[in-house]
Write a protein that binds this ligand. Structure first.
Ligand SMILES: Cc1cc2nc3c(=O)[nH]c(=O)nc-3n(C[C@H](O)[C@H](O)[C@H](O)COP(=O)(O)O)c2cc1C
Length: 191
């Protein structure tokens, strides 16, 4: 089973990266393979709203999203890892999501379903500095909608609040253990 991890934070080695690596490691230990993509390192443009994808289901903007589209289609599991930025996904993650408009067009305009019946799933992993009850609401809604466009079932979320400094999560062993468990749950099909 192949998992694509899309890292939406510009901070390599930061909280969402650290947790994603733990999820990925336990997924691999369970027999899966993992491909990590740092969205911040890619030269990717925001969706231009040009409608170019509406006839083909493919994006007409030629940039470093090309391999990401391929990886998304090939993945059995997709983990979108984003810090909370202003109550939502990071810009890097949102650009990825908006570009999935091409797959939305494939599914909803062209009525082409993709790899149906294979049980493909997508998950959100997110971290935030503050601890309010609604801190992840916007990101969850957006992620759910992105995964619907990608034509994978939403498998749930892994969320850690109250972590701000780059290495803050390293001081929360229980959250790191929970991340390991989340990877095990994904490969075992429990989530
Ligand atoms: C531009 C920016 C916006 C942020 N907005 C929020 C926010 O609205 N709410 C919050 O709780 N934390 C916010 N944070 C803090 C991050 O969500 C937090 O530090 C997170 O753990 C970073 O994850 P990372 O280490 O994976 O980048 C913001 C940080 C930055 C840089």
């Amino acid at each position: 089973m192949k998992m694509l991890v899309l890292l939406g934070s510009p901070r390599k080695g930061g909280n969402s990266d650290t947790l994603s690596r733990l999820v990925g490691k336990s997924f691999e230990e369970g027999g899966g393979t993992v491909d990590y993509t740092y969205l911040n390192t890619l030269a990717i443009r925001p969706c231009q709203g040009c409608g170019g994808c509406e006839k083909t289901g493919a994006c007409v903007v030629k940039d470093e999203m090309g391999p990401v589209f391929e990886a998304v289609d090939q993945a059995d599991r997709i983990l979108l890892a984003s810090p909370v930025y202003f109550y939502g996904l990071s810009a890097q993650s949102k650009i990825f999501g908006d570009r999935m408009q091409a797959l939305w067009a494939r599914k909803y305009l062209l009525k082409k379903r993709y790899r149906q019946g294979e049980g493909r799933k997508g998950y959100l992993l997110s971290t935030a500095a503050t601890v309010g009850p609604k801190i992840f609401d916007c990101s969850i809604l957006t992620a759910r909608y992105i995964f619907d466009a990608v034509d994978v079932e939403y498998g749930g979320e892994f969320l850690v609040k109250g972590v701000d400094e780059r290495k803050a999560v390293a001081g929360h062993q229980e959250e790191m253990d929970r991340a390991i468990q989340f990877g095990q749950d994904i490969i075992a099909g429990r989530v």
